[in-house]
Design a protein. Structure first.
Ligand code: CO
Ligand code: ZN
Length: 327
């Protein structure tokens, strides 16, 4: 799983610019499904056909990562931007960034900025004039803090963008392990989650699933100053009960917990008081679906050092496999 995750973290895929991530996933998942296609927004849908009259089960993990769009360049060649997704500037400031074309730069704050924020940060790409800067970047280009991953301790891994390439890894591994299912299965890799769950909405509308399960990271309640939350790193797969954008189908939550008990999968129940996932848009697309979410507990979400426990990732795969098989 570590190797798979490491390979998935490399491509840059700021919201709306997921093509490099999509290309990587398409190659990885194709051997395990019947067809793979891309829709108008750029969602990648890997379909494993079910038998006659089989119910549709749609999984969704988002390909996009939080990042930035270039707005303009000033006379000194400084690059300004508009954020895509929930950037934590206190963590993003003084990081190395990479643009789509490979240009590197430093995201820094004004010297007199007390707290780094969108309106007092800029990117220094090592040039001194507008002319030089415009040879390297232009309005509309995207960039993000450079990707990275490292092992910390025996089971934990930290880096970015673990949100939500780890969910993509879980789905690829699930597709690999599920040999047969009572469902018509759709492994969906969505676009633009970080800017408001936009891709999963159109994908769900087209698929019209009976059951929809997002696979995404969630926060944990085990760090100083964290919001009240029962989820801990190393506590197993988190089964979402509720977040800001969705109240999960209670029967589905119960079924997932039962599958964990039956299969000896370590799990915990999640209520996230700030944040949402693709579960919300899939739940309310078209005539609606029974929706839930398998969450990977993650410390320091939306920073360059998102931390997960690989045992939790394995538990999420085991749960996703059990759900997909429809045991
Ligand atoms: Co996120
Ligand atoms: Zn996410």
């Amino acid at each position: 799983m570590y190797t798979l995750l490491r390979d998935l973290i490399k491509p840059l895929g700021v919201s709306g610019r997921e093509a490099p991530v999509r290309a990587a996933i398409e190659t990885m998942i194709a051997p395990f499904v019947d067809e793979v296609y891309t829709d108008a927004l750029g969602n990648l849908i890997a379909h494993k056909r079910g038998g006659e009259g089989a119910k549709k089960l749609m999984f969704a993990a988002h390909m996009d990562e939080i990042g930035f769009f270039v707005t303009d360049v000033d006379d000194a060649g400084r690059v300004f931007f508009s954020p895509a997704g929930g950037i934590r500037f206190e963590a993003a400031a003084y990081s190395e960034v990479i643009f789509e074309n490979g240009t590197r730069g430093l995201l820094v704050a004004n010297d007199d900025a007390k707290t780094p924020a969108a309106d007092n940060c800029y990117v220094d790409i090592g040039v001194s004039s507008r002319r030089e800067a415009e040879r390297r970047v232009k309005t509309g280009d995207t960039f993000a803090v450079v990707s990275s991953i490292r092992r910390i301790g025996a089971h934990t891994v930290a880096g970015r963008p673990i949100d939500d390439r780890v969910g993509c890894a879980v789905l690829i591994e699930t597709a690999k392990r599920v040999k047969s299912s009572k469902y018509d299965l759709y492994y969906t890799f969505t676009v633009q989650e970080e800017v408001g769950c936009r891709g999963s909405k159109t994908a769900a509308y087209a698929i019209m699933p009976d059951i929809a399960v997002a696979v995404d990271i969630t926060k944990t309640g085990d760090t100083p100053g964290a919001d009240r939350m029962a989820v801990k790193l190393g506590g197993g797969a988190a089964i979402k009960v509720k977040d800001t954008s969705a109240i999960c189908d209670p029967a589905l939550v119960g079924e997932m917990a039962e599958l964990c008990r039956k299969n000896g999968i370590k799990h915990q129940l999640e209520i996230l008081t700030r944040g949402g996932t693709d579960a919300s848009s899939m739940q309310s697309a078209g005539a609606g679906s029974r929706a839930g979410c398998i969450s990977i507990p993650t410390r320091y979400a939306h920073t360059p050092l998102e931390m997960i426990d690989m045992r939790d990732v394995e538990a999420c795969v085991a749960l996703a496999v059990a759900v997909a098989a429809g045991e």
